[in-house]
Design a protein around this ligand. Structure first.
Ligand SMILES: *Cc1c(COP(=O)(O)O)cnc(C)c1O
Length: 492
């Protein structure tokens, strides 16, 4: 399989190179164009376990790994880490279905991919005969950092350092990170906001001296964020798994199309759905759900992507994004691999903060995508109603999806079954979820967790419940300009 940079013909990679490099040298994102080679026969997946389906689907995309290698890798990646062997259970709520992607070690959907990525990176490194230790540097606004720590800790040949904004993550998210076990991990607060931490990490990647210093130490700096194709591929699998579950339960017939509603930030999760569709899954519509930062809703409805707007902090912080990186991959796919178009649009976005996609591309997009948005008020209202009507407890991100699904059903009910992707445990955002179903006034994140549990009886995920009694291992906090020093100190 050839992976192309989205920005020029000059940079291609096979799947192992694409995983190891993460991003193409011209700043483009590695993307396949020929889906003929990646077709999956859905009927053959029926009755397979979640691990088998994942191996089959991921192996189609990253085809430099043999089926045996992929199977062993996926088994090791998920072994004992998820609450259920199903990995991503499908729950019926009213007339619709909720695909629970948050049953992994950190209770957020990023676990599905970040459990696999470290093993893909080290296997790719071995295949390519690269000897260096891989050092992952990540800036996080909360969820990604913990999921990456959980994925990389104690994976031989890797180290991971996570930077988070001091005072910028929730009590629970901070506790999750600073108590992280493992001999190859580092966690450090940065005096500044998330953008400062992210800029600091990007500066280190772009710093020749830092890279040279790492090479002398036998290390190679790399990133775990969602532009790596190795993070996208594992997410494609759960679309197939959910479809198989619907067929096996008699909810649909094999071949019936299904709508998927996806709470979206960086456009990674929903793009995985588009991969699934192109790989042969019968998908009716992919519904893109945004919070008040609704740049994608506007784009899908008008064809104009305009990031020059106010940034809102919402109750669904993992979707507070104005530049959705993975949309670049979709523009490339929908334009039939038009490098010039994509690099031009991305230059416009960088330089002017706005671009307009061609009408033909938008027509293609609207055949397969719908879009909607819900602010905090609508999302919290949905949490309350769904709890009262169905005794099903949703987190704030999932609730955005639910509210948008309701609008979608009202405006363009196409008669097909709806699957809504649920991206976090309600206990990760206990305070807001609690406020949606009661008037209680908790004094801390953990207090909110207890009250939510007492009010609903929904079990607290074991890893979150255990956090309170765990010692903090990392108390470091550095100035913005000192991040590289921290990395050097840590690797010494
Ligand atoms: C990351 C995240 C999202 C957004 O996913 P994208 O792939 O960036 O679109 C939604 N919900 C939660 C809880 C997340 O952590």
């Amino acid at each position: 399989m050839v992976f192309y940079s989205t920005r020029s013909k000059a940079h291609t990679a096979d799947s192992t190179e694409a995983v190891l490099k993460g991003i193409a040298p011209d700043g483009g994102l590695y993307t396949p164009v020929d889906f003929d080679q990646m077709q999956v026969d859905v009927g053959k997946l029926l009755g397979m376990s979640a691990v088998e389906i994942s191996s089959e689907v991921i192996g189609r995309i990253l085809n430099d790994f043999t089926p045996e290698e992929m199977r062993a890798l996926i088994e090791a990646a998920y072994d004992g880490k998820f609450e259920t062997g199903d990995l991503t259970p499908l729950e019926k709520v009213g007339d619709d279905f909720v695909l629970e992607l948050f049953r992994g070690p950190t209770s957020a959907f990023k676990d599905v991919a970040l459990s696999v990525l470290p093993r893909l990176i080290t296997a790719a490194r071995d295949k390519l005969g690269v000897k260096e230790e891989i050092v992952i540097l990540t800036a996080t606004s909360g969820d990604t950092g913990k999921a990456a720590l959980e994925g990389f800790h104690d994976v031989p040949g890797t180290r991971i350092i996570v930077f988070y904004p001091d005072g910028g993550v929730s009590d629970v998210q901070k506790a999750q990170m600073v108590t992280q076990a493992g001999g190859n991990v580092g966690v450090c607060a940065v005096k500044g906001n998330f953008d400062d931490a992210q800029t600091g990490v990007k500066n280190i990647f772009a710093d020749d001296q830092a890279n040279g210093w790492a090479a002398e130490k036998g290390a190679r700096l790399s990133s775990a964020n969602s532009i790596n194709i190795g993070r996208l591929a594992p997410q494609v699998a759960y679309y197939f798994k959910a479809y198989c579950d619907l067929v096996l339960r008699g909810e649909i017939r094999l071949g019936d199309p299904v709508n998927f509603v996806v709470p979206t930030g960086n456009f990674g999760d929903i793009l995985a759905g588009e991969f699934a569709r192109r790989m042969g899954l019968p998908v009716a519509k992919l519904v893109c759900a945004s919070n008040k930062n609704n740049v994608l809703t506007d784009f899908i409805n008008t064809g104009v992507y305009d990031r020059r707007r106010e940034f809102y902090k919402t109750a669904s912080p993992s979707m507070d994004i104005l530049v959705s990186s993975n949309l670049e991959r979709y523009l490339f796919l929908a334009s039939g691999g038009d490098f010039d178009l994509v690099s031009g649009l991305m230059a416009d976005l960088r330089e002017k903060g706005i671009y307009t996609a061609p009408d033909k591309l938008m027509e293609t997009m609207r055949e397969h995508f719908s879009a909607g948005c819900a602010d905090d008020e609508k999302a919290l209202d949905a949490i309350g109603r769904v709890w009262r009507d169905y005794e099903y407890l949703m987190d704030t991100h999932t609730a955005v999806g639910w509210a948008v699904m309701e609008e979608f059903k009202a405006s363009e009910d196409n008669g097909w079954v709806n699957v809504m992707l649920s991206t976090a445990s309600p206990y990760k955002f206990s305070r807001d979820v609690l406020s949606a179903i009661s008037d209680a006034q908790p004094d801390s994140g953990f207090g909110a967790m207890d009250m939510l549990n007492a009010t609903t009886g929904v079990p607290v995920p074991a890893a979150l419940a255990a956090l309170r009694s765990r010692e903090a291992r990392f108390n470091d906090c550095v100035e913005k300009g000192e991040m590289l020093e921290y990395v050097k100190e840590h690797l010494r």
